[in-house]
Write a protein that binds this ligand. Structure first.
Ligand code: WT7
Length: 638
């Protein structure tokens, strides 16, 4: 069975088969990959424990699928095109042959540094080709990568390193983002003061910022490569992995506690990332594909690295930010590299829209054939601007809904094949069986209905566990509804049966497409010595999608409450990272609580949204007058 669907009829057939004969269906798709040994069982599962195993018995290495197998016919095809932060610096192109060579070299560096199969490796790098090389080098030798987005703080890095007991960190001296230089190595140094498990740090030169190099612990990337070169044999055979061996851990926020390490395994993830990439974007062999995500997020893992490379695609990665040197940068990149497929986020679209059409009108976007959106619901205005200004009304938009836990896209149109409606992710991909659930745990059948979105059957790319805490995985995703994977999203199914994601139904915020847990931000704010208590809610934000609204009870130590505000922001930046900084901090003297002491976030959410006339039932509050005071105080921010 061929991997790529070519028409709507083929989609319908594939969907039907995937539901009626899921094992035959996925075995047929898996035939399109390179296996050292085939599976004996396609699927073994229950959602109770949960226990999910795909392609059991198979042996493979994902890097052979992403690199080696393309060499024979496509060795000189660009695998990675890298566009630097500063447009006056030269861009880089790595062919499949060159990328394989560099991955093998660096895999040998890892081996020289005593990395073994199953070891956890933390990668904290800017968006440079070496990030892809490091990631694939881990996979080459069976080490488990844990990539951390370059915007996270030392404390966040330490938490993640300690959770996974990483033994080695790969970082750079610094990173360039727009006009700023960020001192990554120094952030890592701070983190490592709390980490016992790390005995080696490999440091890539990028910014030439002065850094400290600790004897016995820190080594330079470039020196280590030279050592490998003098050792003679640059090749590094791919480690033979079991289908269900862990490929990577990626941390993501939930509604409670610290971020959890989502675990993805080798075979199912590979098949799913490759299949969905090929189909959603309808990738053709000559196309240049540009995903604007950072590899520190799942979108980058699946749709910059593993999905595109497994399909022999040309994947463009960009080091910088869309507004540097000006708000036309993305369109300059599209014109310069003749990008055919552009996959980006609503928050980026809204931010660029706000700069005005003069940054896009004079750009050559004629290469664009297909567009994609991911990360949050796309509002109609942004959809139309994307469609009209960027796609010139001719490029189909795939609004792709999925999550870190999913490994790949679950609900989306296939570009140019499926119908599209602004704001709709449309239909499930083959293999995906959505269900809308009501409050009583019953599935809502039929159309023109809304409910909590669940998936009732496993797909190959789904998470297997949360690292070191399987019970947390069960609790979070498989305990709310019996025999269902619960997504945490609300969803509407239209009269025609199309899906529209309406946003999170739990205490998880989506700020500029970044997932942030309210509890996490509250914990950080509460660490500030002047803070007594706090409550975080989301509110509609014109560019970020959701903004972070903080209600804080504080003892003002300064005369100037703005100073306290700045101190709180600094605390959050230190503990989590700048992405989690509240947009609004309202100081309050009390929070609305029930008699049992639970904060009524529903009311706080309404106030943050400015909908104070529809607060609903406040009779269960311990002290209803608290609400009046908070409403009064909120006027300052409207
Ligand atoms: C949450 C997952 C994997 C994509 C990047 C974010 C929201 C994601 C859409 C979309 C509406 C979307 C959901 C989801 N979301 N894509 N196309 N339409 N909402 O991954 O950080 O794991 O966040 O992002 O609320 O649950 P993530």
């Amino acid at each position: 069975m061929s991997l790529q669907i070519k028409s709507f009829e083929e989609y319908q057939d594939a969907y039907k088969k995937s539901v009626e004969q899921p094992e035959e269906f996925w075995a047929g798709i898996a035939e399109n990959f390179f296996w050292k040994r085939k599976w004996h069982t396609v699927l073994n599962w229950n959602f109770k424990e949960p226990n999910i195993k795909w392609f059991e018995g198979a042996k493979l290495n994902i890097t052979e699928n992403c690199l080696d197998r393309h060499i024979y016919q496509n060795g000189d095809k660009p695998a990675i095109i890298w566009e630097p932060n500063d447009p006056s610096e030269a861009h880089r192109v790595l062919s499949y042959k060159q990328l394989l060579h560099k991955v093998e070299q660096f895999a040998n560096v890892l081996k020289n540094n005593n990395v073994k199969k199953g070891d956890r490796i933390c990668i904290y790098l800017p968006m440079v080709p070496e990030l892809v090389i490091a990631t694939l080098a881990c996979a080459r030798i069976g080490a488990i990568h844990s990539v951390i987005f370059g915007g996270f703080s030392a404390q966040s890095i330490a938490d993640r390193i300690n959770d996974a007991k990483c033994k080695l960190v790969i970082t750079s001296d610094g990173s360039f983002r727009g006009s700023k230089t960020i001192e990554l190595k120094s952030i890592v140094d701070d983190a490592l003061m709390q980490c016992q498990s790390v005995d080696r740090v490999i440091v890539l030169t990028r910014t030439r910022t002065a850094i400290s190099m600790l004897k016995g612990r820190d080594v330079w990337w470039e020196d280590e490569i030279k050592k490998v070169e003098t050792q003679g044999n640059p090749a590094c055979p791919a480690e033979e992995m079991d289908a269900e061996d862990t490929l990577f851990i990626l941390y993501t926020s939930g509604s409670t506690g610290k971020p959890k390490g989502v675990v993805h395994t080798t075979a199912g993830y590979m098949v799913y990332a490759g299949y969905t990439f090929s189909n959603v974007f309808q990738y053709q062999p000559d196309e240049v594909y540009f995903c604007t995500a950072d590899i520190g997020w799942i979108t980058g893992h699946s749709y910059i690295v593993y999905g595109p490379l497994s399909q022999g695609a040309t994947s463009l990665m960009f080091e910088g930010v869309p507004t540097y040197p000006d708000a036309g940068r993305m369109w300059d990149i599209v014109a310069k590299h003749k990008v055919n497929i552009l996959y980006t986020a609503p928050t980026a679209i809204r931010s660029l829209m706000a700069f005005g059409d003069e940054y896009v009108d004079n750009k050559d976007l004629s290469s664009i054939r297909k567009l994609g959106s991911v990360g949050e619901p796309i509002n109609e205005e942004a959809w139309h601007w994307f469609n009209d200004k960027i796609g010139k009304g001719k490029a189909p938009i795939a609004d792709t809904w999925w999550q870190t836990e999913n490994g790949g896209i679950l609900i989306a149109p296939m570009a140019g094949i499926s119908p599209t409606i602004p704001g709709y992710a449309m239909s499930p991909l083959p293999g995906v069986q959505p269900a809308l659930m009501d409050e009583n745990g019953k599935e809502i059948e039929g159309n023109d209905v809304s409910g909590n979105l669940c998936i009732k059957f496993p797909w190959p790319g789904m998470l297997r566990t949360t690292y070191g805490d399987h019970e947390r995985c069960r609790q979070t995703y498989f305990a709310t509804y019996e025999d269902m994977y619960f997504t945490g999203d609300g969803c509407y199914r239209s009269p025609e049966g199309y899906y529209r994601i309406t946003g999170r139904v739990d205490d998880v915020l989506n700020v500029s497409g970044h997932r942030i847990g309210t509890a996490e931000v509250e914990n950080a704010i509460n660490m500030h010595s002047d803070v007594v208590e706090s409550a975080i809610v989301g509110y509609p934000h014109p560019v970020k999608g959701q903004g972070i609204y903080a209600y804080v009870i504080a003892n003002h130590h300064h005369d100037d409450i703005n100073q306290t505000r700045q101190d709180i922001l600094q605390t959050v930046t230190r503990l989590i990272g700048a992405i989690a900084k509240p947009d609004i901090i309202q100081f309050v003297t009390d929070l609305p609580k029930t008699r049992s002491g639970k904060i009524m976030r529903r009311i706080l959410r309404k106030i943050a949204e400015g909908e104070t006339s529809s607060l609903g039932d406040t009779s269960t509050l311990l002290d209803p007058t608290v609400v009046e005071a908070i409403i009064e105080g909120s006027k300052e921010f409207k």
